[in-house]
Design a protein around this ligand. Structure first.
Ligand code: NAG
Ligand code: NAG
Ligand code: NAG
Ligand code: NAG
Ligand code: NAG
Length: 377
């Protein structure tokens, strides 16, 4: 899967490397006085969360203030992909939820143990300064088997987890992995990594089986496929309690070359970046999808094999599109699997995808999406 995979946590605006380096240098050069003022009204809220819960609801947040409308009765961890927001930290802590940094680093760089140690020290320091509760590692780089990067990555996870656990009591270190360990370009020591950190966040999305095999539009997170991913991780010896299921709150909008009567949306068969087809597809949020589905030509449809909803529409230029997504129905099936397979929990990329406006229909749809994460409640 070398073609664009936009849904994963990996894609986001990053500060220029130079700016980042400078910021890190400044952070090192000007050590913050112990007892950096707590931004919360109640200073107790700056303490890291200690409580361990049986079940995780792991939320990626990409910024703005939509978090004010999240269902905090469910959330256990927020991974901050946007700018740091101290108000979010204070509020999450008041709800007993952890707030964690995200980390990505060039694996070529961390082969050097000295660089690795200083990178880890910077992250721990940043988390402390911001009163955060850990880090989510989103390192989605290709690694060859028997390469120096293979061992360096496992060492990084081990060392960063030790540092965080030692320096911030109750802290949590997690690692994002692709939907199945059989990914040919990511030769990772999955059992080693799972053993070294608190748990893995399995990105059960961007699967798009039909796109990679037959150049037809297909589900982002097909139930039948993603389950084989968990089976494979568990077969390797990873404890189900080390796996959190990541589901998508976004879908894919495909431009069809042709749309058949039985709803097969074919894509251009032009090999492109390792994929057999140059699929014209883009990510769409659940919010946009809900605004579009009722006016589509097909209305909401259900694919029994992939257990996912989809619909077709025609754009102003006359091209047919097919949109594959996840809704409370498809998500509750996955959430039920989390329960009976005994996984650690569930989470989504990303929480900002829903419509948090005051509109009554939007409000109900948003509430149902949150509720679908824990169907037993
Ligand atoms: C994976 O990591 C573990 C823990 O560091 C180690 O014991 C094991 O030998 C590694 N496995 C491979 C295949 O390198
Ligand atoms: C995928 O990986 C698992 C665990 O290593 C293995 O048992 C299984 O045979 C693999 N499947 C394929 C299709 O390669
Ligand atoms: C496109 O779909 C229509 C309707 O199903 C079908 O009759 C036609 O043969 C298809 N065209 C191509 C080029 O596949
Ligand atoms: C692939 O699609 C993109 C965007 O539609 C287009 O710019 C590019 O030329 C296509 N590449 C090939 C090899 O057809
Ligand atoms: C779309 O249709 C459904 C089912 O008829 C309805 O419940 C919902 O309110 C409609 N959504 C919008 C945005 O109008």
């Amino acid at each position: 899967m070398a073609a664009p995979q936009p849904g994963r946590p990996g894609l986001r605006a990053r500060p220029a490397r130079g700016a980042l380096r400078l910021a890190l240098l400044l952070l090192l050069a000007v050590p913050l006085a112990a007892g950096d003022p707590c931004p919360c009204q109640d200073a107790a809220l700056c303490r890291p969360i200690q409580q361990r819960r049986d079940s995780e609801v792991f939320v990626f947040d990409v910024g703005q203030k939509t978090w004010k409308s999240y269902d905090w009765s469910l959330i256990t961890t927020v991974a901050v992909f946007g700018n740091y927001d101290s108000e979010l930290m204070c509020y999450a802590h008041s709800q007993g939820a952890r707030v964690v940094l995200t980390g990505d680093v060039s694996l070529k760089d961390i082969i050097d143990p000295t660089f690795r140690a200083s990178w880890i020290a910077q992250k721990v320091k940043l988390a402390k300064t911001q009163y955060m509760d850990g880090i989510n590692l989103d390192i989605e780089q290709h690694v060859k088997c028997f390469s120096p990067e293979y061992d360096a990555l496992t060492a990084l996870v081990k060392e960063i987890t030790e540092s965080f656990h030692r320096e911030i009591e109750g802290s949590q270190v997690t690692f994002d992995v692709v939907w199945s360990p059989n990914h040919t370009r990511r030769c990772y020591n999955y059992t080693g990594i799972a053993g070294a950190c608190d748990f893995l966040f399995v990105m059960s999305y961007d699967v798009l089986t039909g796109v990679w095999s037959d150049c037809i539009a297909s589900a982002n997170s097909p139930y039948n496929k993603i389950l084989t991913g968990y089976d494979n991780y568990i077969k390797m010896g990873i404890d189900p309690k080390k796996l959190v299921m990541g589901i998508p709150w976004y879908g894919f909008d495909f431009t069809c070359l042709n749309l058949s009567k039985d709803d097969v949306c074919t894509l251009a068969k032009i090999p492109f970046r390792g994929s057999p087809c140059n699929a014209t597809m883009r990510q769409v949020t659940y919010k946009i999808i809900m605004k579009q589905v009722n006016s589509s030509i097909s209305g909401n449809q259900w694919d029994k094999v992939q257990q996912s909803p989809y619909y077709n529409y025609k754009d102003p230029a006359g091209h047919f599109h097919q949109v594959w997504y996840d809704n409370p129905h498809s998500i509750s099936l996955k959430a039920a699997y989390v329960q009976y397979r005994g996984l650690r929990g569930i989470g989504m990329w990303h929480a900002n995808c829903l419509d948090y406006s005051e509109d009554a229909t939007a409000k109900q749809q948003t509430e149902e999406m949150w509720k679908a994460l824990k169907p037993e409640l």
